[in-house]
Design a protein around this ligand. Structure first.
Ligand code: ARG
Length: 233
């Protein structure tokens, strides 16, 4: 029998910010398996919950709130295209990685920003609480970086000329560039990252169960199939 417990009996409660296509988005319809949500993390969480004999429950909130929700014991896991980093590792525990992320720079097609060196002195848009915000504010200072509620709002600020570029993960960046005319992604990459699932610091029983289930889903090709469904190269 499973040795872990969850916030709600029989459920795996997932904290996320469903403004991050194609990892998580609010569905126009019933969503994946009736969850109301779609995306890589939604399908992965559903598969993991099944392996653990749990029903998936998705709690949609701000991204920075999702990180706090597991630490406060309100949710069991964060699946949110969440990047592993050492600072977060002090307050949460991370599973093995299931996907790769790259921080990229979105600019208007006619921008004078052509390489990363051109970012100095520019106004940078990011999503609040993300690694995009952390890296750019570390490098260029808080004043250079605006933090928006979600990536789409940051991209809207770029369209309106309030910022000169947006630093965000490559997968949503592709979607935003497709959805908004006149934008492009720089060829040079700002940072390379591993996406992982997070649980509360010290919740080793759940962490181990998730890693075992993730291993199986990786070995049988499920993880790759989910990634391939949403990300076309
Ligand atoms: N990978 C970045 C980070 O971990 C951004 C994740 C944003 N995710 C979201 N669901 N809004 O900071």
């Amino acid at each position: 029998a499973a040795s872990f417990t969850t916030v709600e009996d029989g459920k795996l409660t997932m904290a996320t910010n469903a403004q991050f296509p194609p990892y998580e988005l609010v569905s126009d319809g019933e969503g994946y398996e009736g969850t109301g949500f779609e995306g890589i993390d939604v399908e992965l969480a559903y598969a993991l919950a099944q392996k653990l004999g749990l029903e998936l429950q998705i709690d949609d909130m701000d991204f920075d709130g999702a990180l706090v929700a597991v630490q406060n014991g309100k949710c069991d896991v964060v699946l949110a295209g969440l990047t592993y980093n050492e600072e977060r590792d002090l307050v949460m525990d991370f599973t093995d990685t299931y996907a790769n992320g790259v921080q990229v720079v979105i600019v208007p097609e006619d921008s004078d920003i052509t390489t990363l060196d051109d970012l100095a002195g520019k106004k940078i848009g990011t999503q609040r609480g993300t690694t995009g915000y952390i890296y750019t504010s570390d490098e260029f200072g808080d004043d250079a970086v605006s933090a928006y509620d979600d990536g789409a709002t940051a991209v809207q600020a770029l369209m309106n000329g309030q910022v000169d570029c947006v630093v965000i993960d490559n997968a949503p960046a592709q979607e935003y560039v497709k959805a908004n005319e006149g934008l492009k992604i720089l060829d040079t990459e700002y940072a390379n990252e591993d996406y992982c699932i997070a649980v509360d610091e010290g919740n080793t029983a759940l962490l181990d169960a998730l890693n075992t289930a993730l291993d199986e889903l990786q070995a049988d090709g499920t993880v790759q199939a989910i990634l391939d469904k949403y990300i076309q190269e």
